[in-house]
Ligand binder design. Structure first.
Ligand code: FES
Ligand code: FES
Length: 154
């Protein structure tokens, strides 16, 4: 039996292989399909979620890892940092195809929530390096994060 708080709601999973990827639990058992599957090897960041507030690649993390913990997906991402980022994402029309964007936002939210907010381009690039965008929206992502950071810092 796994007990996992998902986006604020306690969920119990009795008949589930605890070694299955957490991503499958989210997408197939809870229909939280905002978290995407791409490389399946922890390399692209598309499947990024938060577990107890920390960044996790859900494609390579077993469901058992989240037992007794709190999971946040893009559907449940909330708070002033997330709000500022969503506003900036809209302002700069960041997404192109959109496939990577949930993971980008999960990483960006973690970055601004756990940093001194005002970051250099190099610091931003370094923190976001694990999130690949095949459409090449990196410049807009960086602009959006910087704008959200200024709003949060004011
Ligand atoms: S799908 Fe998980 S890191 Fe690429
Ligand atoms: S917006 Fe298309 S992969 Fe990032």
């Amino acid at each position: 039996m796994l007990r996992i708080r998902v986006n604020g709601e306690l969920r119990e999973f009795a008949d589930l292989d605890p070694s299955m990827p957490l991503l499958w639990l989210l997408r197939d058992h809870l229909e939280l399909t905002g978290t995407r599957y791409s490389c399946g090897e922890g390399l692209c960041g598309t499947c990024t979620i938060h577990v107890d507030g920390q960044l996790i690649r859900s494609c390579t993390t077993p469901a058992s890892y989240a037992d007794g913990k709190s999971v946040t997906t893009i559907e449940g991402l909330s708070g002033k940092t997330a709000d500022a980022l969503r506003k900036a994402w809209h302002k700069f029309q960041v997404p192109q195809c959109g496939f990577c964007q949930a993971g980008q936002l999960m990483s960006a939210e973690h970055l601004l929530r756990t940093s001194d907010k005002i970051l250099s381009s190099e610091e931003m690039d370094s923190a976001m390096a694990g999130n690949i965008c095949r459409c090449g929206t990196y410049t807009r992502i960086r602009d959006a994060i910087a704008t959200a950071a200024v709003e949060l810092d004011s």
